[in-house]
Design a protein around this ligand. Structure first.
Ligand SMILES: *Cc1c(COP(=O)(O)O)cnc(C)c1O
Length: 392
């Protein structure tokens, strides 16, 4: 056996055919597949516009640029996330202001967000960590009351529903990512969604080298006007190819089915892990439809980081994929160095992040594989219990 991976993409023959057809079509960038993929994500999130880009990180970068956030500005965000959600704030020269989390959802605590707002705060960047949308409605209210935009980093939560609204519909804009471990993949890719045409138009320009005339689809056809080589702002090449978009469309066609299979795997885990008194299960409170990104359990406070790390390593030694999602961003070496952050600054995020374990999780994960992962985890847990009782 080659083991059970932490995650793996789900690519069908139909996905492959869509990619091959696009490669034969002669149009490999800025074409109908991009428009269709944008429409599909916008529609799914109840938004009027979608802007496809080449990664979730690029999407975050562009939305901060489009909101004109820069040096001297502060953006409030979570320390418990994938690093891109804070790095994008550094890309534009602004300062990330980290606030502590609520231990149940592992998302920012709204009261602490409100308390962190200053005259320099130019946005709140909320993350639906592991697909949990909890508090996004509250963050939207707080942002609204202070007349600052909420940016929703929904990279881990595509297709979820919360308080009768789709994930991605809460902020001034939301972003998604399509790396191979996400709910749907384009290989690499990302998307901005918004109802704000001006913001969307700026993102469209920024992803395409700062070009202004977006009716242009073919660089060969505008040599008279020369506008293909007219750049009105500092842009980037963050375009997503037609090949990637074709894969995205094909994956989106079966998003509901994908979410169902993932929910089924999560339920298999829950059923088997429910009785483990030392494990805290993922939060499901008030979430109509959780879009499962990863399956993360948390060790009770009886255990510390040493025990958690040994369990993760033990799982891996048995060829069971496992990870410490997520180490706190403020404690990453270059954040510590640059801002002088240290342990103790955000105690809840730190306590949580020392005890989380991501287990193997992907579409159509077989029941026997879930069983094996759970069994191995239980052996590792028993070993740690024994060690702890010896120390006591
Ligand atoms: C995946 C992810 C991103 C974007 O990642 P890319 O690899 O750049 O597509 C951003 N934020 C969060 C929270 C993520 O999980």
């Amino acid at each position: 056996m080659t083991g059970i991976p932490l995650s793996q993409p789900d690519i069908t023959e139909q996905d492959i055919q869509a990619v091959v057809d696009t490669m034969r079509s002669g149009r490999l960038s800025i074409g109908p597949k991009q428009s269709r993929f944008e429409e599909m994500i916008a529609q799914r999130t109840n938004r009027s516009r979608g802007v496809a880009v080449n990664s979730g990180t690029s999407a975050l970068h562009l939305i901060l640029r489009a909101l004109d956030i820069g040096p001297g500005d502060e953006v409030i965000t979570t320390p418990f996330s994938f690093i891109a959600s804070a790095n994008c704030i550094l890309y534009v020269g602004a300062k990330p202001v980290f606030v502590d989390i609520d231990p149940s959802s592992m998302n920012m605590d709204p009261a602490k967000v409100e308390a962190a707002i200053t005259s320099k705060t130019k946005a709140i960047l909320g993350v639906e960590v592991f697909g949990d949308p909890t508090h996004m409605d509250r963050l939207a209210q707080i942002a609204g009351a202070h007349e600052i935009p909420l940016i929703e980093d929904a990279c881990e939560a595509l297709g979820g529903m919360y308080k009768n609204r789709p994930v991605g519909s809460f902020g001034r804009a939301a972003v998604f990512g399509f790396y191979p471990n996400k709910q749907i993949t384009t290989g690499e890719g990302g998307m901005i969604v918004t109802d704000d045409d001006k913001l969307a138009d700026i993102c469209v320009s920024l992803r395409n080298q700062g070009r202004e005339d977006m009716s242009l689809h073919d660089p060969g056809c505008d040599s008279q006007t020369g506008s293909w080589l007219m750049h009105t702002r500092l842009g980037y090449n963050y375009r997503l190819s037609e090949i990637n978009c074709a894969l995205g469309i094909s994956q989106m066609d079966r998003l509901d089915q994908i979410l169902d299979t993932r929910r089924n795997v999560a339920e298999m885990y829950m059923r088997r892990l429910m009785g483990f008194k030392d494990l805290i299960m993922p939060n499901l409170h008030e979430i109509e439809q959780r879009s499962w990104f990863v399956f993360v359990v948390r060790l009770s406070d009886l255990y510390g980081q040493t025990e958690r790390d040994r369990i993760v390593q033990g799982l891996r030694r048995h060829d069971i994929g496992a990870a410490n999602y997520f180490p706190c961003i403020h404690l990453q070496p270059f954040y510590k160095q640059r801002f002088g952050y240290d342990r103790g600054m955000l105690p809840i995020a730190e306590t949580v992040s020392q005890r989380t374990i991501a287990l193997p999780f992907y579409n159509r994960m077989e029941e026997t594989h879930v069983e094996l992962a759970v069994h191995t985890l239980s052996v590792m847990l028993q070993r740690e219990q024994l060690l702890i009782s010896k120390e006591a």
